[in-house]
Design a binder for this molecule. Structure first.
Ligand SMILES: [Zn+2]
Length: 341
C-alpha cells in the first residue's frame, strides 16, 4: 500500500515534491504511527529553500512535529497498544550509550538524527517511530493542536530550563516566529512581564502574539527594557534566527542578566562581545528538549494553560503543502498544519 508523502529529494533549492511511498517496516522497538496532523517547521522551509546548515539524508520525508494513532507495535514494545493517541519526540536515532543520553540529555547526543532530515518524517500517512519517543496524548488535546507540542517544548526548554525566569522578571523576546511567540507565552506563564520585539514587516505575527498577553514592540525596545530601574531587562530570549540580534540583546539586558539564544543564524559576528564581560552577562544556548519537558508540556496543553490555537494559520491536506509552506515563508501566518491524505 502506497501513500502520498512530502519528499525533499535533493540538496538543490526547491527540491520538494509529492511522491508515493511504501508503508514503512518497523523494528522490534518501534511502533507504526498513523499521522493525524503534522506541523510545518521553519526547518522544513529551510530544507525546501536549501539554506539549511545541517546534513540531510536525501531523499527524505519532511516533518518532525506530529501526532497520531498507533496502528502497529514492534515485538518488544509492551507499554503501547494499537489505538493509543500519541505525540512523538524528534530524536529518532540516538546512541543510548552516549554519555549525554545516559544523563537524560539525549537531545544533546552529537550523533542524534531527527525525523525529517536524518530519517523519514511525518508528512505522510505512516511513520516509523521508536517507542521511547512517544508520549500519551490526553483526549482533551485534539491532534491538530497536539502536533505543535514540539515547538512548545523548544520554547519551554529555552524559557524554563535554560533561562529560569522568575515571577516579576522583565523579559524581552526577540523575533515573532513560532518559537518567539511560544517563548513569550511560556514566559507569561512563569509570571514575567513580557514584550516581544519584531520588525514593522512582522505586524501580522505581533498582533497574534498579543493574544498571549504580552506587549509588542517594533523598533527600539530600550525604553521598555529600562523602564523599571533604568538598567535593562532581566532576561532576553533571542529567537530571531540571525546573528546580529545578539548585539541588541547585549544592549537590552541588565548587568548580571541572562541572554538565551534559541534562534539559529549562520552569519559570523561583526561586533565585539565585550558587553558580556563588562555587564557580567550569562550567554546561554538552548537546543531541542527531552522527556520531562515533553511530559510537562503535554500537561500544559491538556489543562488549557498553554493554547496553541492563536498561532495556527490554517490546516491543509499534504497535497497542498506548497500553499502551506508559502504562507509561512512569506510571514502571512505563523504556523501551517498539514493533514495526510
Ligand atoms: Zn520544529
Amino acid at each position: 500500500m502506497k501513500s502520498a508523502a512530502v519528499v525533499n529529494f535533493a540538496p538543490e533549492k526547491g527540491s520538494v515534491e509529492i511522491r508515493e511511498i511504501e508503508k514503512p517496516d518497523i523494528g522490534d522497538d518501534d511502533v507504526l504511527l498513523q499521522v493525524a496532523n503534522v506541523g510545518v517547521c521553519g526547518s522544513d522551509l529551510h530544507q525546501w529553500t536549501a539554506d539549511h546548515s545541517w546534513p540531510v539524508n536525501y531523499p527524505v520525508v519532511l516533518g518532525h512535529e506530529f501526532a497520531g494513532i498507533i496502528v502497529e507495535t514492534g515485538d518488544k514494545v509492551s507499554q503501547w497498544q494499537k489505538g493509543d493517541r500519541v505525540v512523538s519526540e524528534t530524536a529518532a536515532v540516538i546512541d543510548l550509550n552516549n554519555p549525554m543520553s545516559r544523563a537524560g540529555f539525549y537531545n544533546l547526543d552529537p550523533t542524534r538524527k531527527g525525523f525529517g532530515y536524518g530519517v523519514n518524517g511525518a508528512m505522510t500517512q505512516f511513520v516509523r517511530v521508536p517507542a521511547r519517543c512517544l508520549h500519551r496524548l490526553p483526549e482533551a488535546v485534539p491532534f491538530e493542536y497536539a502536533c505543535l507540542t514540539e515547538p512548545c517544548c523548544v520554547a519551554y526548554n529555552a524559557v524554563v530550563e535554560n533561562t529560569g525566569i522568575k515571577p516579576g522578571d522583565r523579559v524581552l523576546v526577540l523575533g515573532p516566529g513560532t518559537i518567539g511567540i511560544l517563548c513569550a507565552a511560556i514566559a507569561k506563564l512563569c509570571g514575567a512581564e513580557v514584550a516581544l520585539v519584531g520588525l514593522k514587516a512582522d505586524s501580522n505575527r505581533l498582533e497574534i502574539a498579543k493574544q498571549y498577553g504580552c506587549e509588542t514592540i517594533t523598533g527600539d525596545a530600550g525604553e521598555w527594557a529600562r523602564k523599571r530601574d533604568g538598567l535593562g531587562a532581566d532576561s532576553v530570549i533571542d529567537a530571531a534566527g540571525v546573528s546580529i540580534t545578539l548585539q541588541l540583546a547585549m544592549q537590552l539586558v541588565r548587568p548580571r542578566g541572562k541572554i538565551t539564544k534559541v534562534g539559529w543564524g549562520p552569519q559570523p559576528l561583526g561586533f565585539s562581545l565585550d558587553p558580556i564581560v563588562q555587564k557580567n552577562i550569562t550567554l546561554q544556548g538552548s537546543f531541542s528538549h527531552n522527556w520531562p519537558i515533553w511530559e510537562r508540556v503535554v500537561s500544559l496543553l491538556a489543562n488549557g494553560q498553554l493554547d496553541v490555537r492563536p498561532i495556527i494559520g490554517g490546516i491543509w491536506p499534504i497535497s497542498e503543502w506548497k500553499t502551506a509552506f508559502d504562507k509561512m515563508h512569506k510571514g502571512e501566518i505563523v504556523k501551517s498544519v498539514l493533514k495526510p491524505i
